[in-house]
Design a protein around this ligand. Structure first.
Ligand code: ADP
Ligand code: AMP
Length: 214
């Protein structure tokens, strides 16, 4: 099963992608997590990506596409994968389609987690991320057991630099200009499914399972 998660920043793509990965035993591939891991490890890619991420801009396709194409060809992806945060532009979607076509495959589902802009600012301001293991929390909707400490690994949880209100506004603009057109792109391919992302996390997941099959 090969799945794309679509939706605005903060819509809940990562939250749902992690659950999908666990239930269907497929890898969760988050380009944002890959970039953040590179930043943490001080790699060249990380240094380049950070300059764009801190401004709420997209990392150029040239730095993003090859990374994903390599990842989806690894052994653990042979039964499928869930992409979270990729593609984010039409050229990225075309690169993905072309790479899959080469191996005689196509994507199965593009799930749009639909959340209006007015809910997003609240979501992002309350998001807390563990920079060590990538777990995500929310101060109201999914708090850590101990304040400021990751339930999974015990490291500190932080407000991501790009979740500050001024950057969130910019990211939403970038989303509408560059990523939202993918909704029509996948509608035309007949693989678009939309779920109401304003519902509580468990209900969103139930809606997704109803689409993918139990
Ligand atoms: P994305 O991967 O789309 O950027 P996340 O999955 O990180 O979004 O979710 C953004 C924030 O909103 C997180 O703090 C997460 O805990 C919270 N969240 C996710 N889904 C829901 C939901 N259905 N209701 C309330 N809060 C949610
Ligand atoms: P995310 O963790 O998905 O919210 O991504 C955080 C940031 O990483 C984004 O705001 C972009 O700057 C960058 N990023 C992640 N995925 C992509 C992508 N597919 N294309 C371009 N930039 C990306």
């Amino acid at each position: 099963m090969k799945i794309i998660m679509l939706g605005a920043p903060g819509a809940g793509k990562g939250t749902q992608a992690k659950r999908i990965a666990e239930k269907y035993s497929i890898p969760h591939i988050s380009t944002g997590d890959i970039f953040r891991a590179n930043i943490k490890n001080g790699t060249e890619l990380g240094k380049k990506a950070k300059t764009y991420m801190d401004q709420g801009a997209l990392v150029p396709d040239a730095l993003t596409c090859d990374l994903v194409m390599d990842r989806i060809q690894q052994e653990d992806c042979k039964n499928g994968f869930v992409l979270d945060g990729f593609p984010r532009t039409i050229p990225q979607a075309e690169a993905l389609d072309a790479a899959l076509k080469n191996i005689g495959q196509t994507m199965d589902y593009a799930i749009d987690v639909d959340v209006p802009d007015e809910n997003i600012v609240n979501r992002m301001g309350g998001r807390r991320a563990c920079l060590n293991c990538g777990a995500t929390y929310h101060i109201t909707f999914h708090p850590t057991k101990e304040e400021g400490k990751c339930d999974a690994c015990g490291s500190e949880t932080v407000l991501r630099d790009d979740d500050k209100p001024e950057t969130v506004q910019k990211r939403l603009e970038v989303y509408h200009a560059q990523t939202q057109p993918l909704i029509d792109y996948y509608k035309e391919q007949n693989i678009l499914k939309t779920v109401d992302g304003t519902r509580p996390m468990d209900e969103v997941f139930e809606a997704i399972v109803a689409i993918l099959g139990a």
